[in-house]
Design a protein around this ligand. Structure first.
Ligand SMILES: Nc1nc2c(c(=O)[nH]1)N[C@H]1C(S)=C(S)[C@@H](COP(=O)(O)OP(=O)(O)OC[C@H]3O[C@@H](n4cnc5c(N)ncnc54)[C@H](O)[C@@H]3O)O[C@H]1N2
Ligand code: MOO
Length: 401
């Protein structure tokens, strides 16, 4: 079975639920449902220019080159002044324009100084032949009417969405509850703590734990971490300890063909099924459910575990099958032969031309700094420069330096 078929098999709804958070803390969260404008934007007729609001009589007079009397001044944030018929009021960008205004004439079209006290009169020159609508007046609801859907539910909130909600006066927003993801890494060979006996045979640093904890956090979820040796009783105790607090459990290692496959020995036939997906790396996979909580079992090899997270955990967590998550890109790199054992995955970067360029190799460290994962179909398929290919964008972690 190919990875897309496996993604369909493990698909299932994870609990959603929502919570209300302050808008200022909502970045990166998923909007629970559509937000509808309860206020118009702008909420009052607003000047789009620094200049003079004129009623239609004053506008007609200004066209003749005759002086127009200025009767008031409206800085932004101040109450509008009424225009007496045939007169003008000075307005600033963002100020409420007087009710009788027909247009705002930018200061550049007048003989007035840009700053200082209001002049007694202005004369106007160089107006456009025809003035369309209420020139330089942003009318109520011109940007957004009450009832408009302004941000779609299911969208990850970024700066523009938060700005939009703030513009509407919203101070809180209802977002999906963060998923809580249990992570249990297994193996007697894992160092008991970071730095402990690092790389001293037969012990190795535990890389899957910090790596997948980082992937879970990057996905906007909350990791609940566990580690187990190769004893099934220990593993089941760690798993059962996590289950009440999580929406999903991911395990790594202990699922292949060895004599001490702790995950498999603990769960096969009761809670989980183990399969082989035709892909490299990450071929051995497993899935199941215990105490109502979905389980995903990834291979222990760090690159296989990382790929499995991006391919399968993110499909399940986002409720989108893998087949629907691939994006199109144009390949620009050397000839890439498909792997005989199945679909393979290559880290790629997006070039300034917008094409994707492969890393030389596909080790774990080659995925650091990659923009996306390229899907290479099994042999005899191959990829050559100019081909339209499928890539899975890797989530960005930011631009901070
Ligand atoms: N006879 C066979 N042997 C293997 C097969 C097979 O088909 N027949 N498949 C190979 C493939 S492909 C993979 S992938 C692995 C999957 O094995 P497991 O999922 O059971 O993983 P482990 O054996 O526990 O570990 C594999 C590898 O990864 C290292 N590891 C495990 N956990 C961590 C961790 N938290 N941090 C860092 N490194 C970790 C572990 O030491 C092993 O080197 O099976 C092949 N074998
Ligand atoms: O499937 Mo394994 O992760 O290739 O080494």
């Amino acid at each position: 079975m190919d990875p897309e078929a496996y993604s369909r098999i493990i698909a299932g709804a994870l609990p959603v639920g929502s919570e209300t958070v302050p808008l200022a803390e909502a970045v990166g969260r998923i909007l629970a449902h559509d937000v509808v404008a309860r206020e118009p934007i702008p909420a009052f007729a607003t000047s789009a220019m620094d200049g003079y609001a004129l009623d239609s009589r004053a506008l007609a007079r200004a066209r003749t080159g005759a002086p127009v009397t200025v009767v008031g001044d409206v800085p932004a944030g101040h109450r509008p002044v009424d225009i007496a018929p045939g007169t003008a009021v000075r307005v600033m960008t963002g100020a409420a324009v007087p009710a009788g205004a027909a247009a705002v004439v930018p200061v550049e079209f007048t003989d007035a100084a840009r700053t200082g006290e209001i002049p007694e009169t202005i004369t106007v020159a160089g107006l456009p032949e025809t003035i369309v609508g209420r020139w330089n007046i942003r009318d109520v609801g011109e940007d957004t009417a009450v009832g408009d859907i302004v941000v779609l539910g299911g969208q990850r909130l970024g700066a523009a969405a938060i700005g939009t909600l703030a513009t509407l006066g919203e101070t809180t927003v209802e977002v999906r509850r963060r998923l809580r993801v249990g992570l249990i890494v297994t193996g007697d060979e894992l160092a008991p703590a970071p730095g402990a006996a690092t790389a001293t045979a037969p012990i190795i640093p535990n890389s899957n734990l910090p790596m997948l904890a980082a992937a879970i956090v990057t996905a906007g979820a909350i990791p609940h971490l566990g580690t187990s040796g190769d004893d099934p009783a220990e593993f089941l105790a760690v798993l059962d300890g996590l289950l009440p607090d999580v929406d999903l459990v991911i395990t790594t290692g202990g699922i292949s063909a060895g004599a001490f496959e702790v995950v498999r020995a603990s769960l096969e036939g009761t809670d989980s099924e183990f399969v082989r997906v035709r892909q490299r790396p990450g071929g051995p996979q497993g899935f199941g459910r215990r105490g109502g909580v979905p389980l995903l079992h990834f291979p222990g090899t760090p690159s296989g575990a990382l790929l499995s997270f991006h391919l399968f955990a993110l499909s399940l967590m986002s409720g989108t099958d893998l087949a629907a998550r691939w994006q199109r890109a144009v390949y620009a790199g050397p000839y890439l032969a498909g792997h005989v054992k199945g679909v393979s995955f290559v880290p790629v970067t997006v070039s300034v031309e917008g094409t994707v360029v492969p890393a030389e190799r596909a080790r774990l460290r080659d995925f650091a700094g990659a923009d996306a994962i390229l899907r290479v179909s099994a042999a005899p398929a191959a990829i050559t420069a100019g081909d339209l290919v499928q890539v899975l964008p890797l989530p960005a972690t930011g631009l901070e330096r």
